[in-house]
Each structure stands twice: as structure tokens, then as C-alpha cells.
Design a protein around this ligand. Structure first.
Ligand code: DC
Length: 209
């Protein structure tokens, strides 16, 4: 079984993907972590998101240190900003495409794979068995992200998180390369008034149906 989950930042798609992976015994790939790892690698190399060299970004994808995808350092707002900028580059998206498809084609778990991101159902795995699109009101999402960052020990303010999220949302949805949008055959779930258990129950009811 192959499940594609797309959605906006802090919509709850990552939590849902992890829970579904455990429930069905699927291998999970957080594709946002790939873009964040590229972003961190570029920041470590002294690149600046306001003045970024596209060739350097592609080189960073080709030479990606995959261990960075599990580093807590990729969860900062600075890395999120860099990830959003590099993710808008078609050459970067192309450079990361095979890796994602190969994971789905030969997942470590025999039951299949679940990938979450922005373009999994539309571009990476258009033939996925199940496609979910997770979204929520931006204020709710900014509140969730602020809480997460504070819990991780980062000093952030709600207003700044909201402004940054609005800017990144606009970039993710309006870029020409693989913009964030639901696939025509995706099941759309709005998590604004739901907790993680509600979202899991609703997703499971759709999948088993
Ligand atoms: O889901 P996230 O916040 O970890 O994603 C980080 C950035 O990467 C975000 O700006 C969107 C981008 N991204 C993407 O363009 N395509 C994906 N499949 C996954 C993430």
C-alpha cells in the first residue's frame, strides 16, 4: 500500500503520517525533512536565502548528507525559510524526485510506504493508492507551530510565526514548480477543530472505506 499525504505547514499531516505508518506497518518518509536538510546544509555552507545560488542548491541536493534529515536543527524557523526558498526551484525538486520515488518503490517495510509533503499526490506518486490532503486555518496552524517551537526550547513569538507562515504558504501555493494543491482524487481533511486522535479516526475511516 502506498499512501500520499500532502498539506500545509503545521496542518497535522506529519503526525497523521507517523500514526498511519505505525498502524499499517508502512515505511514513512517526511519529504519536508529532505528540503529542510538541503536548507540546513546550504546555511552551514554560508548561503543566504535572500541571495541564493541555484547551482549551489542543486549541488547540495546531489551531495545531501541524509543524516541531517533527523537532526533537530532542521526544525528552526531559519531553516524552514531556506527550505521554502529552495523548494520553489524546479532544479532542486527534480534533483530530489528519484530519491522519493525510490523510497516508495522499495520501502524498508514490506507492507508499503507513506510519504508526506506538498506534491506527493500530484507529482511524486500520482498513482498512490490513497491520497489525503490536510489543511487547517492559518491561525490554528501558527498557534500549533509556536507551541512546538517553544516546547523545543526556541524563543519565538506567535505574531512572527504567523507572518513567516503566511509568507511561506504563499510561496508554496503560488510557485510554478509543483505548487501545494490537492490532487483531483485526494480526500480533503480540515483539521482546524480536530485533535490528532480525531484526524487519525477520520483518515482511517476513509482508508478502510
Ligand atoms: O513540511 P515542512 O514544513 O517540513 O516543509 C519544509 C518546506 O519544504 C516547505 O516550505 C515546503 C517544502 N516542501 C515541498 O515543497 N515539497 C515537499 N514534498 C515537501 C516540502
Amino acid at each position: 500500500m502506498i499512501i500520499a499525504i500532502d498539506g500545509s505547514a503545521a496542518s497535522g499531516k506529519g503526525t497523521l503520517a507517523k500514526r498511519l505508518a505505525k498502524h499499517f506497518g508502512l515505511s514513512h518518509l517526511d519529504t519536508g525533512a529532505l528540503y529542510r536538510a538541503v536548507g540546513l546544509q546550504l546555511l552551514n555552507a554560508g548561503q543566504d536565502s535572500k541571495n541564493i545560488d541555484e547551482d549551489q542548491c542543486v549541488k547540495s541536493c546531489v551531495e545531501l548528507d541524509i543524516t541531517l534529515t533527523t537532526s533537530p536543527l532542521i526544525r528552526s524557523e531559519k531553516v524552514a525559510e531556506m527550505a521554502s526558498v529552495v523548494a520553489a526551484m524546479p532544479a532542486v525538486r527534480a534533483a530530489l524526485l528519484d530519491l522519493q520515488r525510490q523510497f516508495a518503490a522499495a520501502p524498508p517495510d514490506p507492507n508499503g510506504a507513506i510519504l508526506d509533503g506538498r506534491d506527493i499526490g500530484t507529482v511524486v506518486l500520482p498513482d498512490a493508492d490513497i491520497k489525503l490532503f490536510i489543511d487547517a486555518d492559518i491561525h490554528t496552524r501558527a498557534e500549533r507551530r509556536t507551541k512546538e517551537l517553544l516546547q523545543a526550547g526556541q524563543s519565538v513569538m506567535f505574531r512572527d510565526v504567523l507572518t513567516d507562515m503566511q509568507e511561506r504558504d504563499t510561496r508554496d501555493r503560488s510557485r510554478s514548480a509543483a505548487p501545494l494543491r490537492p490532487a483531483d482524487d485526494a480526500i480533503i481533511i480540515d483539521t482546524s477543530t480536530m485533535d490528532a486522535d480525531d484526524v487519525m479516526a477520520l483518515a482511517l475511516s476513509h482508508i478502510t472505506a
